[in-house]
Design a protein around this ligand. Structure first.
Ligand code: DGL
Length: 267
């Protein structure tokens, strides 16, 4: 048993879509969430910058005596997990492996679409993970940079969102994929629109539930599951003002917990 919290970080508040699933699947686990709202987005930045930011996010979480770290951000998982595993002596998991495994089990025709930020797609992380799992799988990847600002502005189910999604997803639809990896924290909120365009037989795989199962297994294997009542703490690197509004959007429930601002440049 280990009652220390799990540290979760993301480039902003989108990673709450993953934290939400951790809370649902592992109700005894306390969570320290850090959203790098002062430096978001990560998805358009260089590899060096993403690694530098991820390292400082991890350094901050380590000051909170966490027992493991979850990289909720698709971009940071794709670009910085290798660095993190080499440089830190604590269990660290990114979203790519478990999400790719869920997609590999879901696909029947072995054609998988991958959508994510430009950083995630150009890293090739999901293609590599899928090929390792099953070299019969063919992949069709597409960066969807406008999805993040659409979601952040509440455009999750309107004509603008549909038009943009139609444009991004048409090549994937034409390629005949039967499964799509939603490789970004924000995309679960666009599931309705994506499903309407792709058709309801296309499996949409987001990171939250597979990640929560992987973390549960990791903790169980190391006898590190918590017992008792979970506590949640939230930290951001910019103003706390919009936390409950944006946080509620991603958690899909009212968020009344308190949040603290930290100076991430110190870490
Ligand atoms: N959290 C990022 C991701 O999942 C999306 C937002 C950003 O670009 O930072 O890739």
């Amino acid at each position: 048993m280990d009652n220390r919290p799990i540290g979760v970080f993301d480039s902003g508040l989108g990673g709450l879509t993953v934290a939400k699933e951790l809370m649902n699947h592992l109700p005894h686990e306390s969570i320290i969430y850090f959203g790098d709202t002062g430096r978001v987005p990560y998805g358009t930045r260089s590899r060096e910058t993403i690694i530098k930011y991820a390292a400082s996010d991890i350094n901050f979480l380590l000051t909170q005596d966490v027992k493991a770290i979850v990289i909720a951000c698709g971009t940071a998982s794709s670009v910085a997990l290798g660095y993190a595993l080499q440089h830190y002596d604590i269990p660290i998991v990114g979203v790519v492996a478990s999400t790719a495994a869920a997609a590999a089990s879901a696909t029947v025709n072995k054609k998988v679409g991958i959508i994510g930020t430009s950083g995630t797609i150009s890293s090739g992380s999901y293609e590599r993970a899928l090929k390792q799992l099953d070299d019969q799988i063919t992949t069709h990847a597409r960066a969807c940079p406008l999805f993040v600002p659409l979601v952040e502005n509440g455009y999750t189910d309107n004509a603008v969102a549909r038009l943009v999604a139609q444009d991004y997803l048409s090549p994937l639809k034409d390629s005949g994929v039967d499964t799509i990896i939603l490789g970004c924290t924000h995309y679960p909120l666009l599931k309705g629109v994506i499903s309407d365009i792709m058709g309801k037989d296309t499996a949409l795989i987001d990171s939250g539930a597979p990640m929560a199962r992987q973390v549960g297994k990791l903790l169980a294997d190391h006898d590190m599951l918590a017992e008792g009542t979970a506590q949640y703490s939230y930290f951001v690197s910019d103003t706390v003002d919009n936390f409950s509004r944006y946080g509620s959007l991603f958690m899909q429930r009212e968020l009344s917990d308190s949040v603290s601002r930290i100076d991430i440049e110190r870490y």
